[in-house]
Every structure is written in C-alpha cells, then in structure tokens.
Design a protein around this ligand. Structure first.
Ligand code: PGA
Length: 240
C-alpha cells in the first residue's frame, strides 16, 4: 500500500484529485468508481475546476459505490442527487454513463445483479475512490460482510446511521438499508484510492493498514490489493 500523509483536508483532496486527473489524461474513456459523503467533496470541487480549465469528461464512465434504499433521485439526501449537485451537473459527463444503484427498484436483488453486469460490460473499474467509515466500512460494506460479496442489499450498522444522521433532519429519517457494491466488486478495481480526513477516522485507518485482514474491518481487505494509495491527513494518520 502506498501511503501519502498530508497536512489537512484540502491537501488530501488535491492529492486524490491529481491521481484522478492523471487517470483521465492517460485514458480518456476511464471507468471511475465514485464515493459520496464528506470525504470526496474537495476532490469533486477540484475536478470541476479542472473541467473549467478544459478537462474532458465526455468519454468517462462512472459507477457509484452505493445508494440508500427508498430514496429517489430527487430526494435531497440521495446519492444520485449528491453526485448531480457536486459533479455531474458541473462537468461534461454523459448522464447515460453515470451509474448509481437504483434505491427505488421494486426487485432489489435484480437491481444488484443488473449493477454488477453493468460494471462487467463497462470492462471493470479502472480507478475506485473510497472513503472509510468510523467502523472501517468501505462503500456500505459493514463489518462482517463477506470478502466475496458482489453488489448486495445492506442493513446499515447503527454506527453508520448515527454518523450519517447529520445529513438528515433527524436520525429517524436515515434509511436503514442501502444497495452497495460488494467487497469483491471493489477489489476488482484496477487501482484504488482510499481517503480519510480527521481524527474520527484514525482508529479505522490504523486497523485498515496495520490490523489483521478481517471481515470485522472491511477496509483491511485492501492490504490484499496490488494497487492502493492511501491519502490521509495528519489527523487521520495520527495512529499509524
Ligand atoms: P464520510 O463517510 O466521507 O462522510 O466521512 C465515509 C464513509 O462512510 O465511507
């Protein structure tokens, strides 16, 4: 694992954005795996700036890690809406090449199979961006998720519901289920960037990097991936 420790959130974002930039320059039709939450916000802001200076997203395809079950594209907290607001509406990406699981699908199992098939048809993910939960989750793969998992329906951990309640009016409004790309789907990405900022992630980052590889800490599986760059700020790296 290549570990890059930087001063703060802004430098973490700049480092990660530089890697995404390099990927799209090398391969304009790259397939990117994208994450939501607070961590990648600075990366998306920089990608929009790169676009304003000429970077072309027209041939890029994206697959998001996850979506809440029950939230449609217009719901302010859906990840489809997040991606629209922070990236898709601000760059020249083809909306038909932006994939996010459909949290409103009637048959959720069929939706999971469809999503895996779409990733396969796109030729797999070239570069996957990941954040990490305080409990070590990646995507919404909570502790205990099988390493062999493909896209699946997840019951969110209580700690995740608590962590994400800040985005909703009250904790009761946080959905309790999501569709998430599985650990196997993530591990099949050719290259991965794991980002973390802030002291609340320090234990999870320590366990992911130096702990045993265990389903109790889903991010620890990344120790087995041949091409991971960890980009962390000093607070998140404080226990390394
Ligand atoms: P955050 O979430 O970026 O909002 O901290 C990360 C995660 O839960 O994977």
């Amino acid at each position: 694992m290549n570990i890059v420790v930087v001063a703060n959130f802004d430098s973490m974002s700049a480092e990660a954005a530089k890697i995404v930039y390099g990927q799209i320059m090398r391969k304009p039709n790259s397939v990117l795996g994208l994450a939501t939450g607070s961590t990648p916000l600075g990366v998306y802001k920089l990608l929009v700036e790169y676009h304003n200076r000429g970077m072309d997203f027209s041939r890029v395809t994206t697959f998001n890690l996850d979506e809440y079950v029950g939230l449609g594209p217009d719901h302010p907290q859906s990840y489809r809406r997040y991606m629209h607001e922070h990236l898709f509406s601000k760059v020249n990406i083809n909306p038909e090449r932006t994939f996010i699981p459909n949290g409103l699908a009637e048959d959720l199992e069929a939706e999971c199979r469809r999503y895996d098939e779409l990733i396969r048809q796109a030729g797999g993910i070239d570069l996957q961006i990941l954040g990490i939960g305080t409990n070590g989750h990646i995507g919404f793969n909570e502790p205990g998720t099988e390493f062999g998992s493909t896209t699946h329906v997840v019951d969110l951990a209580e700690s995740t519901i608590r962590d994400n309640a800040r985005f909703f009016e009250s904790i009761d409004q946080v959905p309790t289920r999501a569709i998430s790309m599985g650990i196997k789907s993530i591990m099949q990405a050719k290259e991965i960037i794991l980002m973390a900022s802030g002291g609340s992630k320090a234990d999870a980052i320590y366990a992911a990097v130096h702990g045993p590889v265990t389903t109790a800490v889903p991010a620890s599986v990344l120790q087995l991936h041949p091409s991971v760059t960890l980009v962390v700020d000093q607070a998140a790296a404080s226990k390394l």
